[in-house]
Design a binder for this molecule. Sequence first.
Ligand code: AMP
Ligand code: MG
Length: 448
Amino acid sequence: MATSLLSYAEAAEQVHRFIIALAAGGVVPLPDSADGQGSSDAATLPSLPPAGEPVLPEPVLPEMVPLSAAAGRVLASGIRADRDQPPFPRSTRDGFACRAAEANSHQFLFLAGQIRAGQQPSAPVGKGEIWEIMTGAPVPDGADCVVMLEHVEHSTGFVRQQAPRTVAPGENIVPRGAEARAGDLLVPPGIRIASAQIAMAAQCGYGELAVYPRPRVGILSTGDELVSVEQVPGSSQIRNSNTPMLAALVAASGGSPLVVAPVPDHPEALDATFAEMLDPRQKLDLLLITGGISVGKFDLVEDALTRAGARFFFGGVAIQPGKPVVFGQLARPGRLPLPFFALPGNPISSAVTFQLFAAPLLTALADDSGQQPRFALARLAGGWQGKPGLTRFLPAWCDFLFEPTVRLIPWQGSGDIAAFATSNCFLVVPQEASSLSDGSFVQILLRP
Ligand code: AMP
Ligand code: MG
């Protein structure tokens, strides 16, 4: 497999190529810089099964969920307007419906009626008439504007617009069908459902929505030192924090986490677990492995992946933290190959590499047209100095009120969960930078 480091941009592009090839059933060229191999050394995706072995169809059957459970899911069939929106010319103000030309004459107009929200006007507005109207009520025929309540004067049974105010025809009215016509596609499939789409669906009468199934993501932590959350660790043991952290990240990115018990640093145990993960009955869409991929004597994951027949797209990216991250796919009987990421075991390394590389693929597997990872600009408070050569993602706190301002959180390296837990983003240091100055604009990586 490739031993040379890719830059962050090259590795991100490689994930992107994989996503495109997966959608098209095409060819994924390896990055030009991977081990000096050109793009002629192409990995074909999806790889064909041995002759005679049928690939099981992997139908993506949408499921119906009630609107109350739809937030965070990905829409599988679009939301259409069941009628014109608004279904009637809607007053956007509490005020008085009349003819603009008459209102602008500043003559008193006869107060001929009232329309409340939910009420159908009993008659059109006649010449010389003005009708009291509430926000959200249908504007009667004959009226072409609504004069705001605050802009009129009353005289028993009569109302006029205050001089010298004027009102334009159409003012404070949303015409019927101005927002949408009956049958219009208002939210296309592939949109992650959030509050705005729920409001849209409710307005169009959808009690439930068709959503794509969540991709199934296996999460496998490795390490002899790991004990579960419930256990009391021995003096040289640590609790497994990566598995619950990654499960939370997977769920936040639209996946369904399938947690596997941590595997010790033994070749046989790793082989047996990979064989289990590759069983087609597991129906995994993505596999995340943490730990055991750096250069230590008991970092056995890469060899186990090789024994399992892995094809590697990259192994090592010039980033900090997360340099040893590996991306590849594993062939499996009867199904398309299983893409995997082997993430470095240090918790912040795992989190950063998940966000940078696994989240975009997971988003695509979820049929979510949204984009991951998400970056933003903020002003740097303090500064940063260091060696160039790695794109760095450093735990930071961004104050989003008024002008986003980001400040680094002191940390003891990529195992410092305390620093991670008090951060809300990562400050991005470009690969070539040796300093970032106080007050400059910098990029931050937002959490999913
Ligand atoms: P490794 O990538 O296996 O060399 O592990 C790097 C560091 O991350 C070591 O200090 C490990 O103890 C720690 N680590 C590995 N896996 C986990 C995990 N699942 N939860 C918390 N820390 C871990
Ligand atoms: Mg380890």
